[in-house]
Design a protein around this ligand. Structure first.
Ligand code: G3I
Length: 334
C-alpha cells in the first residue's frame, strides 16, 4: 500500500461513523420481546427523555396518567389529556402500551368511597368500559386488577373487596374483555416474583380464575427489588414455570433495583449484576414477553419519595446517562 493510499485509508477509517451500539429497542425486537419504561406525559415533552424512549423502548406504561384518581375527578367526568398524550406518543413512535391500572386500592377518586356496594360495582364496570373502550385496539395490554392480595397472601381489605367480595376480580376481567376482546388482560402484583405465601396465593387464585373461564390472559410481576433483600433465582425460575404452565403470558411490569444509601460504585456494580441475573432468569422462560422498568432516570423514580433509605433504582442516572446497570441489561438482550 502506497503512503498516500495508506493515509486515505486511515482518514476513511477515522471518518467512518462509529456504528453506535444498538439501543434496547432494536435488541428487544431481535429477541421478539417488548422492553420499555413507565412514563409520565410531561417527561415525554423533554427531548432527552423522549430520545431515550425511542432508543430503548418498544413498550411504555403510563406511570400514573391512567389511574382512576388521576383521570376521574367527579363521577362520569374524565380528563384524558395526560393519558391521551402518552398514547399519542406511543402511536407516533410505534410503541405498544400497557394500560395501568383499572381496579386498584390506591389513587382512587374520593367519590368512590360514598357509593353503596351495588353503585360501586356499577361504577367499576362503567370505568372499565370507558377506559378499555376508549383505547380499544390501541392499548394492547391492561393491568385490570392491581395488588388485590395482602402481603400475607389473603385478600387485601380494599374498598373493592370489602364492598363486593372476591367476585369483583372476575367481574372486572369480564367487563374489560367485553370492552375489548382483543386486549390481553393481566393481574398485576408485587412480592409475588419468587416463592412464598403471597406468590403461592396468587398462583392459586390465577389457577382458579382460569379454571372458571375468566378472561385473564397474563400476570404482571412488578419486580420491585431492594438490593439488600435478594430474590433467589431458583425461586423465580420455579415461579415463572408454574405461572407459564397455567397458559399465562408473563410481563415484568415495574422493575427497579433499589440501592441502599449511599449509592457507592460497589453497590451500583451489585445492582447491575442483580439486574442481569434477574433478566437472564426471566428471559430463559419463553412465557416472559415483556420487561418494563418503572421509570427511565433515577431523577424521576418513585423510590426516594416512598423509601427514603434507597436510591438510584433505574438504568439511567440523574443526568440521564446510562449506568452500568443499563450496559448489563443491554448485554442480556444482546
Ligand atoms: O398528580 C398529583 C399532583 O397534582 C400533586 O400536586 C402532587 C403533590 O401532592 O401529587 C401528584 O400525585 C402523585 C402521583 O404519584 C403523581 O405524581 C401522588 O401524590 C403520589 O402518591 C403518586 O405516587 C405514585 C404511586 O404509585 C402511588 O401509590 C408513583 O408515582 C408511582 O410510581 C407508583 O406506582 C405504583 C404502581 O402504580 C403500582 N405498583 C406499585 C408502584 C409503586 O408504588
Amino acid at each position: 500500500m502506497t503512503v498516500v493510499t495508506f493515509f486515505e485509508w486511515l482518514r476513511g477509517l477515522l471518518r467512518r461513523p462509529a456504528t453506535a451500539p444498538l439501543g434496547l429497542r432494536q435488541l428487544a425486537i431481535r429477541r421478539g420481546i417488548d422492553v420499555g419504561f413507565a412514563v409520565e406525559d410531561h417527561l415525554l415533552r423533554q427531548s432527552v427523555f423522549a430520545n431515550a424512549i425511542r432508543r430503548d423502548a418498544t413498550i411504555i406504561t403510563a406511570e400514573n396518567a391512567m389511574k382512576m384518581g388521576e383521570l376521574v375527578k367527579a363521577r362520569g367526568t374524565y380528563d384524558f389529556t395526560r393519558a391521551d398524550a402518552i398514547v399519542a406518543f406511543a402511536r407516533q413512535h410505534a410503541l405498544a402500551v400497557r394500560g395501568h391500572t383499572l381496579v386498584w386500592h390506591l389513587q382512587q377518586p374520593a367519590w368512590l368511597q360514598a357509593l353503596s356496594p351495588s353503585e360501586l360495582r356499577q361504577a367499576m364496570r362503567d370505568h372499565i368500559a370507558t377506559m378499555v373502550g376508549r383505547y380499544r385496539g390501541v392499548v394492547k395490554y391492561w393491568d385490570v386488577v392491581n395488588e388485590a392480595l395482602s402481603d400475607s397472601g389473603g385478600m387485601r381489605d380494599s374498598l373493592w373487596f370489602t364492598a363486593l367480595g372476591k367476585t369483583y376480580i372476575a367481574d372486572a376481567f369480564r367487563a374489560a374483555h367485553a370492552a375489548d376482546p382483543e386486549a390481553l388482560l393481566f393481574y398485576n402484583d408485587y412480592q409475588v416474583e419468587g416463592l412464598g405465601a403471597k406468590a403461592d396465593a396468587m398462583y392459586a387464585m390465577l389457577k382458579e380464575l382460569r379454571a372458571e373461564g375468566v378472561p385473564i390472559h397474563g400476570v404482571g410481576l412488578q419486580m420491585h427489588l431492594p438490593l439488600d433483600e435478594p430474590l433467589a433465582m431458583s425461586d423465580l425460575r420455579t415461579n415463572l414455570r408454574r405461572l407459564a404452565a397455567l397458559g399465562l403470558v408473563i410481563h415484568i411490569t415495574e422493575m427497579d433495583v433499589w440501592v441502599p444509601l449511599p449509592a457507592t460504585q460497589e453497590k451500583l456494580q451489585a445492582q447491575a449484576a442483580y439486574y442481569e441475573a434477574v433478566l437472564r432468569t426471566c428471559l430463559a422462560e419463553p412465557a416472559v414477553k415483556a420487561i418494563v422498568f418503572w421509570g427511565v432516570s433515577d431523577a424521576h423514580s418513585w423510590i426516594p419519595g416512598f423509601f427514603p433509605k434507597y436510591t438510584a433504582a433505574l438504568l439511567y442516572d440523574e443526568a440521564m446517562r446510562p449506568k452500568v446497570a443499563y450496559e448489563r441489561v443491554r448485554s442480556v438482550l444482546t
